[in-house]
Design a protein around this ligand. Sequence first.
Ligand code: AMP
Length: 321
Amino acid sequence: MTKDLFEDIIKKIESYDVIIIHRHVRPDPDAIGSQGGLAEMIRCGFPQKTVYTVGEVPDSLSFLGVRKDEITRAHFQQALVIVLDTANQPRIDDQRYSLAESIIKIDHHPDNDQYGDISWVEDTASSTSEMIVSLSEASNGKLPLNEKSASLLYSGIVGDTGRFLYDATKECTFLAAAKLVATGANIAKIGRELDQIPLNVSRLMGWAYEHLDITPEGLGTITLTDSIFRRFKVSEDETSQVVPMIGRIDSIRVWVVFVDQRDGTYRCRIRSKGVVINKIAEKYNGGGHLLASGAKVDTSEERKGLVTDLLELLKQHPDRG
Ligand code: AMP
């Protein structure tokens, strides 16, 4: 990013007394980690400012210690809103963001929905948390890291890179992580918290491995219905743990976890080891990264259409991923 853009963001932060930080619905460790990490950096550098973090926090991520602040519409007047890790406006958790006087977007998804008075989008960055580390570094000490923000941002990087495994992991990702470790990020605790799963989720995983459908092209699909949620006593948030485990199977190149929305529609969590899938996700009311996207299908025809499109894609690229 250009020096000017960093300066503009820091000047905006300096000029507001009230700053409200948002991120996307159904948050993951990068959404919550970048939100809490930036909030802590601003509190540390500007103790006189009031910083709020908004949006629902799922139980599975409550260990990160980022709370949902209860604020009213009045708080947004004359406030600066910073939206993190959220490509498009409908996915911003807490739609009151639009009431703010000024809005900054900071994100690492493809920039399909440009919003905000200032927009800093780097779609090659591993995570929004990594971007927030570089904002701290560019701030000349105005937005300093401490142990708390370092742990939150490290959680975000670990979460979005699958522990430094995915393609977007670059040298700068390790440099950012090293900086966070040097600042005191509690990496053993974070590693354990992000890795461990409740017993019921482990049983769901066993069931998923057994019932997975795998085509000769390498498409893996599994449907988590309402009755499966009830049988294993899992919440929708907890299905996020099932998604990466399917990719461990060597014969799978692209996979979809269909998650029952209890209204006849399915949320589709799509992942790939090499073939770009986000254009297909966009066709089905979704989008996301090149190799990690989400979509929504409303009918069984749409669902079949998604599977057919993915199979066609795999046939076109027999050698990728
Ligand atoms: P998920 O499977 O929900 O973890 O989503 C994977 C990625 O796809 C995330 O980076 C999301 O930002 C993106 N994504 C998921 N659902 C949607 C959607 N409906 N529209 C746009 N992007 C989405």
